[in-house]
Design a protein around this ligand. Structure first.
Ligand code: SF4
Ligand code: SF4
Length: 75
């Protein structure tokens, strides 16, 4: 099954999802990252990266987000 994780623009960069992810697939960075990971610009000049090779689509980060910014799509 393939899936994709999306972070919307309401993300404040609070870091909750990064801490909650059991496999460390998420990373919050301040500078423009030099990475091949999927990157979302979020508030406060930060970016949130998603390593889709590591993410297991468990949904834990969705529940950890106080602003419902994360959407997991499957298909
Ligand atoms: S879906 Fe699970 S594995 Fe993937 S980023 Fe969120 S918490 Fe981590
Ligand atoms: S928990 Fe939500 S608001 Fe906080 S950094 Fe993650 S996606 Fe952004």
């Amino acid at each position: 099954m393939t899936f994709a994780l999306h972070i919307d623009k309401n993300c404040t960069g609070c870091n909750n999802c990064v801490v909650a992810c059991p496999v460390n697939a998420l990373e919050l960075v301040v500078d423009e990252p030099a990475t091949t990971k999927k990157t979302y610009k979020v508030q406060g000049g930060k970016s949130l990266t998603v390593d889709e090779d590591v993410c297991e689509a468990c949904g834990v980060c969705l529940q950890a987000c106080p602003r419902d910014c994360i959407v997991l799509t499957q298909g």
